[in-house]
Write a protein that binds this ligand. Sequence first.
Ligand code: UFG
Length: 342
Amino acid sequence: MKDKQHVLVTGGAGYIGAHTVVELLHAGYQVTAIDSLERSEQRIVEGVSSITQKEFTFTKVNCLDAAALDQLFAANRFDAVIHFAAYKSVNESVEKPLMYYNNNVGSLLVVLETMKRHRVPDLIFSSSCTVYGQPDHIPVDETAPFKRAESPYGATKQLCERILEDMTTEGLRVVSLRYFNPIGAHPSALIGELPIGIPNNLVPYVTQTAAGVRAQLTVFGNDYATPDGSCLRDFIHVCDVATAHVKAIEFLNHLKSPTVCEVFNLGTGVGVSVLELVKKFIEVTGVKLNYKIGPRRPGDVEKVYANPHKVMQALHWKPTYDLGQSLLHAWQWEQKIRGLVN
Ligand code: UFG
């Protein structure tokens, strides 16, 4: 790495953003993190400081605010941007599609314009396996075609990837990481996910039920064509997701080409069923979990897990945490935010 590189992280107080700031600081990068704090909290920023004991800059900025972003770029010389800032609720996107298109696509356009104006060449983008819909073949690799997105949220990720493909003529170097199902929290339990309201996602629902915040978990469907009838997903520890971003920056650093647009699946390659996850949670935490089987959730794909060959080869990355550790860390974080432990 040349002299300490300066990375701008948008959505730096968010779930994956904050874990990535930690890994960037550990790896010796200078970091400026921005977040609107609309859907996160200052305590996450403080958690990052406690974990790393390193200096970084945090500023409350919304990526849609082009003037504020321009000022930030004028005052700093960023070498790369990691763009996390986006809304991520599938359900909410169905209710409020315009808000999702405005925020998720709009913020990317502002970031790209600002990067171009200030000649910042490298971008890492948060994409999602949702771009595939239900793939014809699993494990799914990066060559699989996009199916029609199930939700406006999914459509924003497809649109953003399409926009980024066109950016090579603008002299940009882009890596998009298609996350499968990030779960868990930092092992220190100082940062983790802060779901707003009733969680849509499985693991926060599981940990909130275990903590007594929710009465009962519903497993959405046990009549799928899978070994135990529940859906299959690729659950990946959020810290492993975070380290892939550091590797993606290194990948671009070593690349000679002045323009590139690469996409990588970011998953473990292991399909785990919802019921297997529930059982593993009970096993590793020793906590009782009240759950029942309910009807299928509309829009769910039956099974999707990654072929992670490309990311492992090109980024020299591999997952380091298993499912049990991921669930234990999620539970430790839940206990911490509920005041069940010190
Ligand atoms: N599930 C339950 N009960 C719950 C919540 C979820 O049984 O209370 C099941 C779902 O039906 C699904 C699995 O757990 O089978 C995983 O559901 P999540 O909502 O945790 O995750 P999804 O796979 O639906 O969605 C995730 C991300 C999205 C992303 C999508 C891509 O949350 O951002 O993967 O497929 F778009």
